[in-house]
Design a protein around this ligand. Structure first.
Ligand SMILES: [Cu+2]
Length: 138
């Protein structure tokens, strides 16, 4: 009788431990699933914004990204993050023209809306080695 009760107690403890292990092993899987949906949702939002507008950062005497592809009708914003002044001007031999921004101080931006498709090559007048391209597609 006493021994039978002991076996039941051990069985109950084993069952309880197994239950805890099961719950713990299923939790990380649930966390992983939750974590996986967050970046996926963020990525979709980022893609949507990339189609709606374009951004180029002017930093370290370079345009980032150096080549940006956008759809026709997109407004691209260049923002200077350098202490040095930069501008955005169409290269003379660029297939598509139209970029002619002012010298931008740190934190200032230049916007241009691309209403025609084409390859827009540009550079920075004070630093002609700074070059960038915007590919505008249908
Ligand atoms: Cu420059």
């Amino acid at each position: 009788m006493k021994r039978g009760f002991g076996l039941i107690l051990i069985a109950a403890v084993v069952a309880a431990i197994a239950g805890v292990l099961l719950v713990n092993s299923s939790r990380p899987a649930a966390d992983q699933a939750a974590n996986q949906t967050v970046p996926a949702a963020g990525g979709e939002t980022g893609d949507g914004q990339a189609e709606a507008d374009g951004r180029v950062t002017v930093q370290g005497f370079a345009f980032k990204p150096a080549v940006l592809t956008v759809k026709k009708g997109t407004t691209v914003t260049w923002t200077n993050r350098d202490s040095a002044k930069h501008n955005v001007v169409s290269a003379e031999d660029s297939p598509a023209q139209g970029l002619n921004g002012p010298l931008l101080a740190k934190g200032e931006s230049y916007e241009y809306t691309f209403t025609e498709t084409g390859t827009y090559q540009y550079f920075c007048e004070p630093h002609p080695y700074m070059k960038g391209t915007v590919e505008v597609t249908e």
